[in-house]
Design a protein around this ligand. Sequence first.
Ligand code: BES
Ligand code: ZN
Length: 593
Amino acid sequence: MSHDRHSYAEPALVRTTHLALELDLDFTAKVLSGTATHTLAWSGPGDRLVLDTRDLTILAVEGAVETVEGDWEPLEYSLSVPDNELGSALTIRTGQHERVRVSYRTAPTATGLQWLEPSMTAGGMMPFMFSQSQAIHARSWVPVQDSPSVRFSYSAHVTAPPELMVLMSADNGTESRRTGSYDVVMPEPIPSYLLAIAAGDLVFEPIGTRAGVWAEPEMAKRAATEFSDTEEMMRVTEALFGPYRWGRYDILVLPPSFPYGGMENPRMTFATPTVVIGDKSLVSVVAHELAHSWSGNLVTQESWDDIWLNEGFTEYVENRVVEAVYGTELAVMETAIKQHATVVKLDPLSAAEQAVELPGLNHRSQYHGTTGLGPLKGRWFLAWLEGRFTREVFDPFLRGYFDRFAFQSINSEDFAGHLREHLLDQRPGVVTAAEVAAWLDEPGIPAFAERAVSARFEVVDGARDRWLSTGQVPEGAKHWTTQEWLRFLDAAPDVLTAEQLQQLDREYALTGTANGEIARRWYSIVAASTYSPAYDELASFLTRVGRMKLVLPVYKALVRTESGREFASQVFATARPGYHPITISAVLKILRR
Ligand code: BES
Ligand code: ZN
């Protein structure tokens, strides 16, 4: 097994098989504290356990030789000098104890947690907190082997102020009675990045028998309506790729500072409220997070270098689910939008840069969080395989892959081997070795990859071209769907004139839109064009929302001009207290460039 360079842990020597957490949430101090008890499986000689931590205060470490309740003895430990990216290794001297218990508390600045003042919630009365562990932030709130190659089950006992509901990526049930003391279990082995916790004024609203929504009271009913197709999505995915193996599937709608669209925490997807806009036009985020119940949560990449195995497969499955539930037209439009983004990012790069940005899927690439192109290339590759082999052959192949590697952590070679054995060798002559190598070993998107063609987007492109050359407002735009607007804006020039922007606003009221995907594109053009009449609404968008995918492009467009940079700094100063720690670092990077 290759070493995971994003973790100090030594899983070849010892692995956590079960984690028992006893946690307390202190909203006044913004501190989570308690104990993490690791049940260990030793696989060789050795006398140390190395755990990942970041900004944790370690209060004590004890060991027990029996797995049942026994005598705890103090163990010696040391913390390494913190590394900016990786944190500190907690090295514990043990005599191969079967259990090791770490008492600790988090820093108020823990990178994996956000503590929100009541004013930052929908209700405005109660505080809120949530975790975001992926990729390497679990270590900032639990001392753990923070590598996706290690899987363990977990249990937790959590205490919190009695007016708050606590939820984890586990069997929370659907009972929203608040007691201030909660017990949950995750019986399946999961990687550490799927550890998750949230607490706030949360109520439950059912969607169907297996799915539901948790949200603040003012949001719960609206969210359940927006996500009412969730059970159908589950049925569709099961029919294609095998049973859903996690029991319930609930969606927790977080406050708008949640830094992602969604996070696939098992049994409890965390979601941004920015997709709850009343027309279901952004619910492919739910299809995406649900798809992770197969790709990622069930079959996991063993290191972050293999992220495409997770996100690439998930994007592919997401699109299949969108197609089955909402039809081919929407699925094709969404694919075309993603492909366009891939090509736009790739085109201006030299061959050498392309090789770094988008190497062959088998090559270890630098892990860049969500923004890498690997997932998009992976998605395109799988869709291409599907096209060549036909669904009749490809769908059972993919289902077999999920079954074979269920609850395991694997790498790109494991996939390539499975592909060869169960598809390429079974059906010789369908694709050539050179074609497969172009995806797996060579940079960029292969020239023979077909692009999705959307008839509706061709109409949009025509309307945009005519508008740009004649000034005649885009025809039919009053009836465009969200995706058609995204296409219109994606392929529009980065900079437009004040007259052009004014005209679009007069006709279609884009400034102030409630649709975050439209907003991030529109305000990026507004910013690059220094169109000041829209600046108040742009600032209010950046202050209201903290989802990185929505706010970072607008900051990037603002810093393209001197006046914009000045304005961006002012807006950030106001917005910053409401942003998540990782959004803050990402914005600071843009402002300092
Ligand atoms: N698991 C990711 C979010 C993530 C990736 C967090 C890498 C940290 C590191 C999640 O499933 C995701 O991809 N969310 C997308 C939405 C999706 C529809 C593409 C997002 O947040 O925008
Ligand atoms: Zn994802």
